[in-house]
Design a binder for this molecule. Structure first.
Ligand SMILES: Cc1cc2nc3c(=O)[nH]c(=O)nc-3n(C[C@H](O)[C@H](O)[C@H](O)COP(=O)(O)OP(=O)(O)OC[C@H]3O[C@@H](n4cnc5c(N)ncnc54)[C@H](O)[C@@H]3O)c2cc1C
Length: 503
């Protein structure tokens, strides 16, 4: 019997367990994968908050009220209108103290960096990367009364007399049950890679689109639903967006960051590292995950598939992404001619950005991501390098140019009047795929992170955090998801401790 059980060993689950252990509770973390981390473990690691010590050190005056107002300016209005304002305000009012809690455990942050429309810099980036959260929290859990079991997939919630009292899991092909005294905390991440949930809530045309984290299968959402909770805001997703496929090799900074003493050393020297070096490190991350800018297409870039053919109106999204997901291998390439290469080699025409921190241009991709950036002097050589039939590519470019020059009509409905693709330098960016980054729906929750039933009453013993416990909040922009994962994890453990003391 444990005081509480956490379903999922990503950011929010580990934060809940680490805080529980600190407060003297016995905690069991069950993780489906062979390793901890989830989406948190592959993230950039930005943490956005107001009122932090780093902001004060930089002389920035800020308030939760200002932050709450600015947070509402990031999402499009039709999405922001669905936000659970009370919940997001409560989160923002606890995010800075969570950052101090993390710093107290030895994590080091760089920043704050600006990200408009935030009126002041609020983005803090963990050093050297998001794996640092996982390793630090794991160490805290294992230093106390916490237990972690990997390769243990929770399949069912155990209910007795209307109360959730434990879980049933699949462990090494065997069914095992674990019981909890105070509650079960769902922390199983999002459903970006759950085609059935995506089809149900967004429509069939989105179901071929993958999640960046292929293990984000919505298990927590399913468990809550089976327990009687309605799912809210399930149609809201971050993406789909075009992104380049991930590199084969892990970044050396991430690899080094897995070694405890190296991570600590990196943390200590961070304040001494010149801004330009920090930005170079961030640029490396940028070309790994940030999406290519939409403005490439109105400037004249076209999308082609592995057969060398155009297949969509590149200017219309999310239709463009749903069509990419239907091509061979679900991949596409962005074709740039000489004019576009020159244009996207200097400000303000970048390929991707972490706004106001780093900007990546064509040369950055050719240098840092040769696996997704191919250059040649002729279309034929370009096609050969990517194993694309030259005839297909030639025809796609010729037809496109002909439509431009003859004021013709584009078979995919793209407006005419742009310029032809030509010159002695060509670049293919890709393979790119359409991905969901994350999803914003979750079971209904109250401000104490209790999961609610259809009538709005808490389901006794059931809690949800991170992407399982958004409770109708809309989190847009960089850094709020990790701040929420950590904050909700910390707060749920504190709530369970208070409940324990009161009983
Ligand atoms: C490429 C990328 C970069 C990002 N960068 C940032 C960033 O810099 N800042 C930011 O704020 N947000 C970022 N995000 C989003 C953010 O990382 C996530 O929303 C957040 O970390 C999710 O935390 P979580 O604890 O809810 O889920 P996760 O970290 O995904 O953890 C869920 C865990 O539960 C496990 N699990 C699932 N089902 C079961 C089951 N049945 N039984 C047991 N275990 C289970 C999973 O394997 C996983 O380990 C990024 C997302 C992506 C894809």
């Amino acid at each position: 019997m444990y005081d509480f059980i956490v379903v999922g060993g990503g950011g929010s689950g580990l934060a809940a367990a680490a805080r529980g252990v600190e407060l003297g509770l016995s905690v069991l973390v069950l993780e489906k994968q062979p390793q901890l981390g989830g989406t948190t473990g592959i993230a950039v690691g930005s943490y956005t908050t107001s009122g932090s010590a780093l902001q004060r050190k930089a002389g920035i005056e800020d308030s939760v009220e200002d932050h709450a107002e600015d947070a509402g300016k990031f999402p499009p209005p039709d999405i922001e209108v669905k936000n659970n304002a009370a919940y997001r305000h409560q989160f923002l009012s606890h995010a800075a103290e969570t950052l101090e809690w993390l710093t107290g455990m030895g994590l080091v942050f760089h920043g704050p960096s600006p990200e408009p429309p935030n009126r002041v810099p609020r983005m803090h980036n963990v050093v050297p990367g998001a794996q640092a959260y996982i390793l630090t929290l794991q160490a805290k859990i294992l230093s106390g009364s916490g237990k972690i079991l990997c390769e243990t997939s929770v399949k069912k919630l155990l209910k007795e007399d209307g109360r959730i009292v434990g879980v049933e899991c699949d462990r090494d092909g065997r069914t095992e049950t674990f019981r909890s005294r105070l509650g079960v905390v769902l922390a199983a991440g999002d459903y970006a890679a759950a085609p059935d949930l995506i089809a149900e809530f967004k429509g069939d045309s989105f179901s071929e689109i993958e999640g960046i984290n292929p293990n984000a299968c919505g298990d927590g959402h399913r468990l809550a639903r089976e327990a009687g909770s309605p799912l809210v805001n399930m149609e809201i997703t971050y993406g789909p967006e075009l992104r380049f496929i991930p590199p084969d090799k892990t970044d050396w900074v991430d690899t080094l960051g897995r070694i405890g003493w190296v991570r600590n050393l990196m943390g200590k020297i961070t304040p001494l590292v010149p801004e330009s070096v920090m930005h170079a490190m961030i640029k490396k991350k940028l070309v790994t995950w940030q999406h290519p800018e939409d403005k490439l297409f109105p400037e004249g870039a076209i999308l082609i598939n592995q057969e060398g053919e155009r297949f969509c109106n590149e200017l219309v999204t999310p239709d463009r992404e749903t069509r990419v997901a239907c091509q061979t291998g679900k991949i596409a390439y962005i074709l740039l001619d000489q004019g576009l290469i020159e244009k996207f080699s200097e400000w303000p025409h970048f390929i991707s950005t972490a706004p106001e921190i780093a900007y990546a241009y064509v040369e950055d991709y050719l240098r840092l991501r040769p696996d997704v950036a191919t250059e040649a002097g002729t279309l034929e050589a370009l096609a050969r390098k990517r194993d694309i039939p030259f005839e297909g590519l030639k025809e796609a470019v010729q037809t496109y140019n002909q439509i431009q020059s003859e004021n013709g009509s584009d078979p995919f409905g793209r407006p005419i009047g742009e310029r032809p693709l030509e010159g002695d330098r060509w670049v293919l960016l890709g393979p790119a795929k359409a991905y969901f980054t994350t999803t914003e729906g979750s079971p209904a929750c109250d401000l104490e992170m209790r999961v609610l039933d259809e009538s709005g009453e808490p389901i006794p013993g059931l809690y949800a955090v991170g992407q399982n416990g958004l409770g109708g909040q809309v989190l847009w922009g960089h850094g709020l998801h990790i701040a929420w994962a950590m904050t909700s994890g910390r707060l749920v453990a504190e709530g369970l401790k208070r409940m324990d003391e009161a009983s």
